[in-house]
Design a binder for this molecule. Sequence first.
Ligand code: ZN
Ligand code: ZN
Length: 348
Amino acid sequence: MDPVEALERIAFLLERQGAVTYRVQAFRTAATVIAAMSPDEVRRRTLDGSLGRVRGLGPKTTLVVEEALAGVRPAYLAHLAEEAGGPLVEGERGQRLRRALRGDCHLHSDWSDGGSPVEAMARAARDLGHAWCVLTDHSPRLTVARGLTAERLRRQLALVAEVNRTLAPFRLLTGIECDILDDGTLDQEPELLDELDVVVASVHSKLRMDRAPMTRRLLAAVRNPLVDVLGHCTGRQITGKLRPESQFDAAEVFAACAEHGTAVEINCRPDRFDPPRRLLRRALEAGTLFAIDSDAHAPGQLDWQIYGCARAEECGVPAGRIVNTWTERQVATWTRTGRTPRRAFGPS
Ligand SMILES: [Zn+2]
Ligand SMILES: [Zn+2]
């Protein structure tokens, strides 16, 4: 087994399991260090016992490399695969929809508050079977998450083009998770938003605003022609530091989403599961599109889409109305012109 692959697989499984960053970082760092060394040097250092002294490697990661080079499956990986490698949801729940997904509209890299480089995220999405995904790092006002200024976002677009040359035919679409400001305007230059393939708009501040102004705020965002997806609409946190749902007129907001072709996100993070099923059903009745998004901040979290698929299936969301089941070209047409594939609202 390739030692880099072994280290990356361990990191992936830990992230998928929801491990905190510091538990994963050692394996990600070690993978980067080993990948940068020549195979000869890795072998020589393994033989003379000096591998553990290389900066970025520790006893645990060194052992993984030694075992991989010796041709055995590293014990730590075997144990982890046994403990955390199984399906995330039981039985067939969500599987039919998951098989229909071709992409993911919401994920973060280390340019904002994600833990991995852009290319690592894209490669992991490709390896999960996706044909495309959208890079959506945060916008400037979200300073705690190192939101991208217009200038940094422009630089990121050049990087995305480079990643696309490397990973073709897989496509990394350009995008943003743009803050919806208190008055419903967006936290990025409109000209720049217009250049992006996909704009996810989310509320990250003043989540406890009164119902009427919050409704106006969300309405302004979902009616904005630059917005394609309404991210985690209630903002609730259901594990860790709990946060209640934001209050707004769901009927009015979802009706506006349907009218303006804005997709309602089904956020798959286990700490969010947003919207709750009751609101998901109301969006369905209102006739909206949906986006089942991982909101991944690490490669292993990209696998969380199955949670959203299970919830969508339980609520009877038809596959055609989920934008992730569309081809990259259909997604691009929808975000540029508002036109949806015929099957979106046809019989599914
Ligand atoms: Zn968010
Ligand atoms: Zn996000």
